[in-house]
Ligand binder design. Structure first.
Ligand code: NAG
Length: 228
């Protein structure tokens, strides 16, 4: 069985060069969960250079991670950027927490924070800190990823236009125009106003912390950040 598996891996590695579409589907089906498009799109939709630096300190804006366009009034109507942009924090306060709050609140009412008109201040703060929390959890997941994904797997998972990840980021961008999509489950999300609605938000925000979802996103982020 072990020998068979080793042979299989060698075969797959050799096949890495061209990696046709059907082979990619098989490779990704074998290594990722069945809705990896959504778990990965969720993890990266608001990715920034600063977020990528959690995975590789040399990361910069020459990357190919698709993200929701923060500029909702882009004159060319671009909804999804083909890269994660630079997003430096102000530094007037001492700690990152207060500098993050400063950044979020200083953009309220301007429509260039990538979320659109439907997010309250509280929901914005929760969204930003939730994504940072997930990225920090994923930092550990990427570090401990074993075995590391093969070159062939990386090639397929990074081919976002073919594998459905780009389309899922587009789904998120489109849903920012009508609500607060904190998951890709496509169900109504209550306004976050009290402890009752927080219960809903809390469990929805934990949706992509399952071992499968973390593994999907870790494979993508390992592949996307290893070569800076
Ligand atoms: C993700 O992929 C599944 C299976 O192919 C598909 O049913 C679903 O619509 C996709 N999700 C998005 C948001 O594109």
């Amino acid at each position: 069985m072990k020998v068979f598996f080793a042979l299989l891996l060698v075969t797959l590695a050799v096949a890495a060069r061209g990696v046709p579409q059907s082979r990619c589907s098989k490779l990704l089906a074998a290594g990722l969960s069945s809705n990896y498009n959504e778990s990965i799109a969720h993890a990266i939709h608001s990715m920034t250079v600063q977020g990528l630096q959690l995975f590789n300190p040399r990361a910069n804006d020459q990357n190919t991670i698709p993200t929701v366009n923060h500029n909702l009034h882009d004159k060319n109507g671009v909804k999804v950027l083909p890269y994660a942009p630079n997003d430096a924090l102000p530094s007037d306060y001492f700690d990152i927490t207060m500098n993050m709050i400063d950044k979020i609140l200083s953009m309220i009412g301007k429509s260039d924070d990538g979320l659109g008109a439907h997010w309250s201040s509280t929901e914005r703060i929760v969204h930003k800190f939730h994504m940072r929390d997930l990225w920090l959890r994923l930092q550990k997941e990427v570090r401990e990823l074993s075995p590391k994904p093969l070159a062939s797997v990386c090639k397929c998972v990074l081919d976002v236009k073919s594998n459905g990840i780009f389309r899922a980021v587009e789904w998120i961008a489109a849903h920012y125009e009508s609500g607060t999509p904190i998951t890709l489950l496509d169900r109504p999300i209550p306004k976050l106003v009290d402890s009752k609605t927080w219960e809903f938000w809390k469990s929805d925000l934990l949706h992509y912390y399952t071992p499968e979802a973390l593994h999907d996103a870790a494979v993508y982020l390992h592949c996307a950040t290893k070569d800076f």
